[in-house]
Design a binder for this molecule. Structure first.
Ligand code: NAP
Length: 278
């Protein structure tokens, strides 16, 4: 049976550390502020934004919400971002994705001041991730690295297979594993013989967005399995990309959903916001 990598446990420890750093900054006369922009009525986005605001409060970060209607134009959104870029009480800017279809997400990301880009999506920060020299780390992959560290799971020399090549998860995940000296492979929907690739993984990261995609026969005995997926099953229950019930019997470590990668993503957003001030 695999040992559970608990995002809740790692998160609680990390948030305590962040809280102390915020206190220290406050004692030196510095406030920490995060602006959270949400456009439209996406119910999942609303839940994420509420969770992020709550997490900010818990560690003493001031959060400023900007809830804009669905019909907001790109110009209006860019104008708000320009204003927040100049606002001294705002150290981090987060624009919750996805945005309504008429808004170009990349244009929005490109207009956030890189020094306030706490999601690390701006091409400037993405470039720094490629170089391996960074201020802001992309929250989900960075949270995964924290979890591996917490459980003393070494990446050095290990075969790491990442399923998914999105700019938000798959690609930066691969770069962070590479920085820790993993031998990294990225798989995607055009990968031939996916199972052969996943079976070679000492560390397998699933970021696909499909419930129960990774089955036990795709996992090497003793592998570390990280499940990034956040999907709804037929009963509407939150589940990951990994078929947990069967894979936990093969893996040495596994992240559950919920309670795995999810809590760490928000924690790393807090980390980046504090870093923006420090
Ligand atoms: P995405 O942009 O949709 O990317 C999915 C990736 O999976 C793509 O690269 C796609 O390949 C690949 N894929 C799809 N079908 C495949 C198949 N049959 N075989 C191999 N690869 C396949 O998704 P994302 O934004 O990276 O997110 C992935 C999942 O993580 C989602 O469930 C999302 O909700 C979740 N997520 C969770 C957190 C968290 O905090 N826990 C944060 C972010 C995302 P192609 O590129 O070839 O299409």
């Amino acid at each position: 049976m695999a040992e559970i990598i608990s995002g809740k446990v790692v998160s609680a420890a990390k948030r305590e550390e962040i809280k102390n750093r915020v206190k220290q900054l406050n004692a030196n006369g510095k406030q920490v502020g995060l602006a959270v922009i949400i456009v439209g009525n996406n119910s999942a986005s609303r839940v994420y934004v509420n969770n992020k605001k709550k997490a900010c409060e818990e560690v003493g970060i001031n959060s400023y919400e900007y809830a804009l209607p669905e019909e907001t134009t790109q110009e209006e959104l860019l104008s708000l971002i320009a204003q927040l870029n100049k606002d001294e009480k705002v150290n981090g800017i987060l624009c919750q994705l996805p945005l309504p279809g008429h808004i170009d997400e990349q244009a929005v990301i490109n207009n956030i001041d890189p020094s306030k880009d706490v999601d690390a999506f701006h091409p400037f920060n993405v470039g720094h991730i490629m170089i391996g020299d960074y201020t802001f780390l992309p929250c989900t992959p960075a949270g995964i690295m924290e979890m591996l560290k917490f459980y003393n799971i070494s990446v050095k020399g290990k075969k790491c297979v990442v399923i998914g090549r999105s700019n938000i998860v798959g690609k930066p995940m691969a770069m962070l594993l590479l920085k820790e000296n993993g031998t990294v492979e990225i798989c995607h929907s055009r990968t031939e013989n996916l199972k052969t690739e996943t079976l070679s993984a000492d560390i397998l990261v699933a970021a696909v967005g499909k419930a129960d995609f990774v089955t036990a026969d795709m996992v090497k005995e003793g592998a570390v399995v990280i499940d990034v997926g956040m999907n709804r099953n037929a009963d509407g229950k939150l589940c990951g990309d990994v078929c947990y019930a069967e894979v936990e019997k093969v893996a040495s470590f596994i992240t559950p959903v919920p309670g795995g990668v999810g809590p760490m993503t928000i924690t790393m957003l807090l980390e980046n916001t504090v870093r923006a001030v420090e």
